[in-house]
Design a protein around this ligand. Structure first.
Ligand code: FES
Length: 144
């Protein structure tokens, strides 16, 4: 994605990916009826499996797209993947297995199908949701 010689600042802490689990104003706020984010479990597993030097895990504040909470972003040299609606512990378990497998493979692997189904793009409108122009709206719908 980028030529590191183009940057004047270099870090010694190079990782293959950076996972941000959102636990902001909406994600993981169970007292507000939102699904849990298993922060302690994830941090414990990450540490026990020794993933930190290969794949950074950050528990973040609001990442922005609260309407699809719980949100996770995964950044790597390939770009950034955004996942939303992680509502089940199995979603986080799949993320953990993906991170472990990627570390073991020495490269960022494709996300498993379970997580691919949760991908979204926060920078573009969904092509599957066409926006009707005013000329396409039935007059009866506008009249009321
Ligand atoms: S609180 Fe997670 S996206 Fe806003």
């Amino acid at each position: 994605m980028s030529d590191s010689s183009a940057f004047s600042v270099q870090t010694k802490r190079v990782v293959m990916a950076h996972v941000s689990l959102c636990r902001g104003c909406c994600c993981g706020q169970v007292e507000r009826g939102r699904p849990d984010v298993p922060v302690d479990w994830m941090k414990g597993e990450w540490k026990m499996r020794g993933l930190k030097k290969s794949i950074q895990l950050t528990i973040s504040g609001c990442l922005g797209p609260c309407d699809v909470a719980n949100v996770v972003s995964i950044s790597s040299a390939e770009g950034t993947e955004w996942l939303g609606r992680l509502h089940h512990h199995a979603d986080y378990a799949a993320l953990l297995e993906w991170a472990t497998d990627s570390r073991d493979a020495g490269r960022v692997l494709l996300l498993p199908r379970r997580l691919q189904a949760l991908r979204f793009d926060p920078f573009r409108m969904q092509a599957t949701l066409p926006v009707a122009s005013t000329a396409e709206i039935a007059p009866s719908a506008v009249a009321s």
